[in-house]
Design a protein around this ligand. Sequence first.
Ligand code: ATP
Length: 365
Amino acid sequence: MTAVSAATATAPDAPLRRRPPSTPVFQVRDLWKVFGPKADRVPGSPEADLDAAELRRRTGCTVAVRDVSFDVHPGEVFVVMGLSGSGKSTLVRCLTRLIEPTDGRIAIDGEDVRGMDRGTLRQLRRHRAAMVFQHFGLLPHRTVLDNVAYGLEIQGRGRSERRRRAAEMVAKVGLAGLEGRRPGQLSGGQQQRVGLARALAADPEVLLFDEPFSALDPLIRRDMQEEVVRLHREEGRTMVFITHDLSEALRIGDRIALMRDGRIVQCGTPEEIVGSPADDYVRDFVRDVPREQVLTVRNAMRPVRDGEAGSGPALAPGTLVRDAIESVARTGLPARVVEEGRCLGVVDHATLLAVVAGVAGRAAA
Ligand SMILES: Nc1ncnc2c1ncn2[C@@H]1O[C@H](COP(=O)(O)OP(=O)(O)OP(=O)(O)O)[C@@H](O)[C@H]1O
């Protein structure tokens, strides 16, 4: 079984920067990462538009990230999703220059990352944007508590503070009572939780997860996804999460960047990606998603007809179609979509079925 952990540690007096409220945590503009000889000649050149095999044949280079721009907002779970080889890991490693970008701009809290010297970068990775890897073992001879405290130890925190904070984090991830065990005495899911607690103990502003749960069996995986969502709700910490699993992305993401061949082909909320795919590739990607579990009544409703505004159950615009189906089935009446006392529209059997059948736009027309 694998475990997660985080790059942690720094001097105890390191400055923790606080950004003005509206500044994105990460701002990425026109970012390229090209592997191979003379890589810096590729971005923006005619060769950059060649297909991967031809580019490799002519230049020996691979474009892993291709002219990518996006923002990560404070407090959101931003998911980078795509098939194997689409560039997810390279992109996220570029954010803290674990991989050196070839071209483009990256800012954290408005501060230029590409201009940072080595010391500042180390601070960045340890304090501000900690990476939680899938294959990053816990220390086998240390207890759960000491594993969680490890990052704080390297940060130079005092023993009592370390133990207090580590115990807090162990409880937070649901492992209270197991503090004295060693990693080998834990299940895979429990080991993941230790890794998560270790990352949280260091209190980074952003957690960067690289497929942390992909080696777990489906039930434990689901458990860990819920754990991440819960921690996110409780703490409001910004998270960037890589996955190749669409259902995982839809479950945990506030927004999803869908990558293909190094490009972001669509960036939006789960509802935008499933409800309004940007092209045939995205449409194909989300074809099998149960739409009623992602789309809300705001996008399913039709205009109100005479006499409807005062009857039927009232639903908030953000209600999932799945839940609206239950209301309509239970009452036998069309449901009103109500916001601040105003009826915005109505969902009835036909509009809800149209969502399930994937013909919602056509039915509303
Ligand atoms: N060090 C490297 N040298 C050359 N090419 C690389 C290097 N690292 C990655 N690549 C290539 O860059 C592309 C993107 O790889 P990357 O690992 O970022 O994709 P990914 O979407 O994270 O894939 P996976 O889900 O399999 O981890 C791939 O074509 C890969 O072969």
